[in-house]
Design a protein around this ligand. Structure first.
Ligand code: DC
Length: 467
């Protein structure tokens, strides 16, 4: 089955794009927003308040919903009545947003959507498709635009239809609906980690459709041969036997740290001259046993600085497999205890290795953004959920660390170590939603650490100036 998920806030252009993509692929488009609208419409028609959870729950027990396509256009029948002509009324938007926040409504409609996607090739648009309804969709998109741009589009659309509308009212409605949809308890509007992000503010709808179609075509292209089974550790066929053997050995994580210690003795003074970095609150990092250290990541050098400075032995970092293929670099990384990871896929070998080192009481240094910040700004990109997952699975404390700025040759810099914390409230949790929540906690801690770090450096600079 082909399942394509397009999520995003109201007015981002999702439905136009979803229809075009469905048409292009010759598959069905399911407008999930209309399902919430139809439920709200039915509640109103029964005199039930869309915010009264108990009454709506009772109503759902006697409510059937059928989605049918007449001349290729989706129609939603509720208890035999076609609600479609009434769903686009202005007041229905807020009512749908309100009723969609009620958990019983979500459970019922999500189940219908999942059933539908199981039996049809379909493009779905909504708020929670990629994160909650179909976490395994073939491709996911997150489309957005500034509230002002979305309000302008809506204003144009309605005035072209001859309706007299007020821009400020539309803008306020959009802002209110964004807030409602992204702050509700169950499955709020959020970008899935593996979704393509598209800010359409400065793009024409045709550009957006073209971009999305391109991704969809790549992702849904029929595979001529069945895909090879997940490579055990290394894609051996593509390499010479010797290289494959070497790569395989790199997947056996280093447990002897003699060479690491030697490299540390040699390289630490060199680092101190070239990249003079002071570690602030070093005592926070001195944890007995397993721990996950999270840090922002600017350049190749900043990976080993904390290892050398903080750990006499056993510091493990994740490094992309390609780096291990470079002869000397591969050897060096291996000796440093780095764990190879194949990016862009769920690398089970890497996950196993990480869990095993942490369960064995070792330390892991991880960059929660998953990639380098090449702009060198203090702002951090979105966090991957790996940090939280590993810390939860192994009950490891997390130590937040931050470089004040990108390490530069001969320039003074600081690595600020925040207070360690745990994700105890998530122990035992496994769902993607919980992992996102836990990742939010990690993010907040890193933000706090950023504040403390900046205050520390500002104080230091002030003191120097006063002298
Ligand atoms: O996309 P729309 O404007 O027709 O959606 C109406 C409301 O329904 C929206 O404010 C939030 C809710 N909705 C949802 O909660 N989850 C979805 N998958 C789709 C819509």
């Amino acid at each position: 089955m082909i399942n394509i998920a397009i999520d995003g806030p109201a007015g981002a252009g999702k439905s136009t794009v979803a229809k075009a993509v469905a048409k292009d692929l010759g598959i069905i488009y399911l407008d999930t927003g209309a399902m919430y609208r139809a439920t709200a419409y039915y509640a109103i028609s029964q005199g039930i308040s869309v915010t009264d959870e108990a009454a709506v729950k009772a109503m759902l027990e006697g409510m059937s919903m059928d989605i049918v396509y007449e001349d290729g256009v989706q129609q939603i029948y509720v208890n035999g009545l076609n609600t479609t002509p009434f769903l686009r009324e202005h007041y229905m938007s807020k009512a749908a947003s309100d009723i969609s926040a009620l958990p019983p409504v979500r459970y019922k409609l999500v189940e219908l959507q999942q059933q539908f996607a199981k039996t049809h090739d379909v493009v779905l648009d909504g708020r929670d498709i990629g994160t909650f309804v179909l976490p395994k969709a073939n491709c996911k998109f997150y489309m957005t635009a500034t509230p002002e741009e979305r309000a302008t589009r809506r204003f144009k659309e309605l005035t072209e239809k001859g309706q007299s509308v007020d821009y400020d009212t539309i803008l306020n409605d959009i802002i209110q609906r964004d807030y409602n949809d992204s702050h509700r308890e169950v499955a709020p509007l959020k970008q899935a980690e593996d979704a393509y992000y598209l800010d359409t503010t400065d793009l024409s709808i045709d550009d957006v459709i073209a971009q999305i179609k391109e991704v969809v075509h790549i992702k849904t292209k029929p595979v001529e041969q069945p895909p090879a089974p997940v490579p055990a550790a290394v894609e051996e066929k593509k390499m010479s036997k010797r290289k494959a053997k070497r790569m395989k050995s790199y997947y056996q994580v280093q447990t002897h740290f003699g060479i690491y210690r030697l490299l540390r003795v040699i390289l630490r003074p060199i680092q101190a001259i070239f990249w003079p970095i002071k570690i602030v609150n070093k005592q926070n990092a001195m944890i007995e046993g397993n721990a996950v250290y999270t840090c922002n990541h600017y350049s190749k050098v900043d990976t080993f600085i904390p290892c050398f400075a903080l750990f006499k032995k056993e510091a493990h970092i994740l490094a992309k497999q390609e780096l291990f293929e470079v002869p000397i670099a591969g050897w060096f990384l291996h000796k440093m205890g780095a764990i190879p990871v194949r990016r862009g896929e769920a690398d089970i070998d890497a996950v196993k290795n990480v869990l095993s080192v942490l369960k064995n009481g070792k330390k892991l240094l991880i960059f929660p953004e998953g990639t380098r910040n090449r702009q060198g700004t203090q702002e951090m990109a979105e966090f991957k959920t790996g940090t939280a997952r590993f810390a939860i699975r192994t009950k490891s404390p997390i130590v937040p660390m931050l470089y004040y700025s990108s390490p530069k040759l001969f320039k003074r810099n600081w690595l600020y170590v925040g207070e360690p914390f745990t994700l105890e409230e998530f122990y035992g949790a496994r769902t993607p939603e919980k992992m996102h929540e836990a990742t939010e906690v990690v993010r907040l801690k890193m933000d706090e650490t950023r504040k403390l770090c900046n205050e520390y450096v500002a104080n230091l600079k002030n003191k120097k100036r006063r002298k």
